[in-house]
Design a protein around this ligand. Sequence first.
Ligand SMILES: NC(=O)c1ccc[n+]([C@@H]2O[C@H](COP(=O)([O-])OP(=O)(O)OC[C@H]3O[C@@H](n4cnc5c(N)ncnc54)[C@H](OP(=O)(O)O)[C@@H]3O)[C@@H](O)[C@H]2O)c1
Length: 266
Amino acid sequence: MDMRLTGKRALITGSSAGLGQAAALMLADEGVEVVVHGRDEARATAVAETIRSSGGRADVAVGDLADDEGADAVAREALAGGPVDILVNNAGAYDHLSWADATPEVWARAYETNVISGVRMIQRLVPQMRERGWGRVIQIGGGLATQPIAALPHYNATLAARHNLAVSLARELKGSGVTSNVVAPGAILVDALKELLTTVAPAQGWGTTWEEIEHAAAEDWGSNDIGRFGRPEEIAAAVVYLASPHADYVSGATLRVDGGTIRNVQ
Ligand SMILES: NC(=O)c1ccc[n+]([C@@H]2O[C@H](COP(=O)([O-])OP(=O)(O)OC[C@H]3O[C@@H](n4cnc5c(N)ncnc54)[C@H](OP(=O)(O)O)[C@@H]3O)[C@@H](O)[C@H]2O)c1
């Protein structure tokens, strides 16, 4: 299937690792010129090199999106190579804190890093998409936005804010040719999660081989209809679809990619 993305330019925030990296690689495979972003220049450059070495086009933008200066630098670098047609607001962080451990400062920092970071990029890039009459804004949200758990309360709340602002933005962009949507992953097997599961497996009695551990952990931590954790490429595929002209008639939507973890809610 031709995704009709050749020649578009995309900034994927937080694409030096994890889900963002997978989205950058898949968009590049579809002919998109990608801007790889992270705070760590070496990690972002390594992803860009991987794309270039397989014939794709990639630039790098470096900056911390938790403040205005960092966001200015990222927008400047992203726009230096041409207008940005697709913004994937993926950068974010989740520290495993409880209600007892998450201080007000932790809550405020999580909101800066996970919510206002994306707003900063919307404010810097969407006006130009609007002028050109076509564009895409995709927030990476998550199932915890609508079915929060006891742990990571500050993080759950930031995901809910991402879902909410994406719909408001869709309404704001009415008739502009620019859409705003959410991809809501379930638990996705990035390196950090695999390490965590392997570490806690003996105490949890999840088995010894990776196959045993994943199966048992997926049952204990977010049981779903598929019986495993998701893969970064499965989130990337949803991003590619929403970024493409095939999704011109999709706005204000949440595309859950979670094996059926979340039920009966948007
Ligand atoms: N993995 C999951 O199961 C899952 C599920 C639902 C939602 N999500 C969401 O998906 C997104 C990616 O998660 P992931 O699991 O792929 O995480 P990850 O592997 O830790 O990658 C996070 C990315 O965000 C960047 N980043 C973090 N803080 C930043 C900041 N202040 N400014 C700029 N960049 C920053 C990191 O870049 P540097 O470290 O190089 O700066 C990195 O590229 C997150 O927003 C997360 O909330 C993940």
